[in-house]
Design a protein around this ligand. Structure first.
Ligand SMILES: Cc1cc2nc3c(=O)[nH]c(=O)nc-3n(C[C@H](O)[C@H](O)[C@H](O)COP(=O)(O)OP(=O)(O)OC[C@H]3O[C@@H](n4cnc5c(N)ncnc54)[C@H](O)[C@@H]3O)c2cc1C
Length: 327
């Protein structure tokens, strides 16, 4: 059977793996301790925070079909949030998501989605791929310690573009185009309160601030634990302050959140911050993935299309279809 290595166990890598697993021997390598990538959840007892993806929509029939088993088994639920838009600390728009298309979240946590998708797949966690090299007709994957992880007929990189460009040998022509697609960073602020704050929304898009998003994480379906709040900085602020000390970033962003919602969050019972170096990318053209059939290498991820979960799915799905076309 054709042996395929997939680097990265986020939505794109897991999607590609699921579509290829019946036709090839697929092995996934993931650098972190769990699957799901930026569809992430962080626990800090008694709180839990989805500090990456907040929710996602499903527009294409392919994605709707793909997520249907997760809806059926109850691990994807619509989040019927009271949604507002805030401009200069004023609520300028409000609506209930129950009245529009479904805004899906994993239940009880966002990373449940990746866990579900990784079932029956061969996933090697806590292995960071440092480089790949061609040996004869096959690819050899190497760790940071130059340890070989075996030989594969195909390698699919399902990781952010900048990280893919670092791994790809310079002899691969598509490396140049991949390096051109930039991703922006983001800071996520996680706040826990033993007593709920009197907030009249569950999710807020924020403008004219260094904060872009505030949500009440504990308002999502099936969340246990006390009142929890999650906020994102703007991409611009994160890029301009990428070397800031974490404590300084947390204090500044908490002051911005307090100003936006009119409640002092600096006194939260739990405060945490996470910096995403590769969080988001703006919408590009019609490209969905990169593939070099002659070299048996492919690259996918949301960043090829747009920083959305559905884009990550589409990218992984289209790459898998192209790879299958070569069998
Ligand atoms: C703060 C934030 C908020 C967001 N909000 C939303 C939202 O509300 N709605 C929405 O639709 N989308 C949102 N997104 C975007 C969404 O999370 C992504 O589109 C999607 O999760 C990307 O999936 P992916 O598989 O392409 O990449 P990732 O999820 O990044 O997966 C890549 C995986 O590769 C692993 N990896 C990287 N390098 C290596 C290596 N060398 N070796 C081994 N493994 C490696 C990483 O650990 C990671 O698990 C958000 C993202 C962030 C960061």
């Amino acid at each position: 059977m054709t042996k395929i290595a997939i680097i990265g166990a986020g939505m794109a890598g897991l999607t590609a793996a699921r579509f290829l697993k019946d036709y090839a021997e697929v092995t996934i390598f993931e650098k972190s301790g769990s699957v799901s990538g930026r569809m992430a959840t962080r626990r800090s007892d008694p709180y839990s925070f989805d500090h990456g993806t907040q929710f996602f929509g499903a527009k294409t029939n392919e994605f709707k079909t793909f997520i249907a088993p997760m809806i059926k088994s109850g691990i994807l639920k619509p989040w019927d949030a009271r949604f507002v838009e805030i401009e200069n600390t004023n609520i300028v728009q409000s609506r209930n998501w129950a009245d529009s298309y479904p805004h899906y979240v994993g239940e009880p946590t966002m990373n449940t989605v990746g866990k579900f998708l990784s079932k029956n797949l061969k996933v090697n966690l806590k292995i960071r791929i440092q480089s790949i090299k061609k040996v004869g007709e096959q690819w050899c994957l190497l760790t940071e310690n130059s340890e070989s992880l075996g030989f594969f007929d195909w390698v699919l990189l399902a990781i952010p573009g900048a990280q893919a460009a670092d791994i790809l040998p310079s002899s691969i022509p598509l490396r140049e185009n991949i390096s051109k697609i930039k991703m922006d960073g983001c800071f996520s602020v996680m706040l826990g309160f033993l007593e709920p704050l009197p907030i009249e929304f569950d999710a807020a898009l924020v403008r004219s601030s260094d904060i872009s998003w505030i949500s009440i994480n504990s308002s999502k379906p099936g969340r246990e634990g006390p009142f929890s709040m999650l906020a994102h900085s703007t991409n611009n602020w994160a890029v301009a302050n990428s070397n800031i000390e974490r404590g300084e970033a947390l204090n500044y962003l908490c002051s911005q959140i307090s100003q936006t919602i009119g409640h002092d969050v600096t006194k939260a019972d739990h405060k945490g911050i996470h910096q995403w170096m590769y969080a988001n990318t703006k919408k590009h053209g019609d490209l969905t993935h990169f593939i070099d059939q002659s070299k048996c290498i492919g690259v996918c991820g949301d960043w090829v299309i747009q920083g959305r979960v559905e884009s990550a799915f589409t990218s992984g799905f289209k790459l898998a279809q192209d790879v299958l076309g070569t069998f």
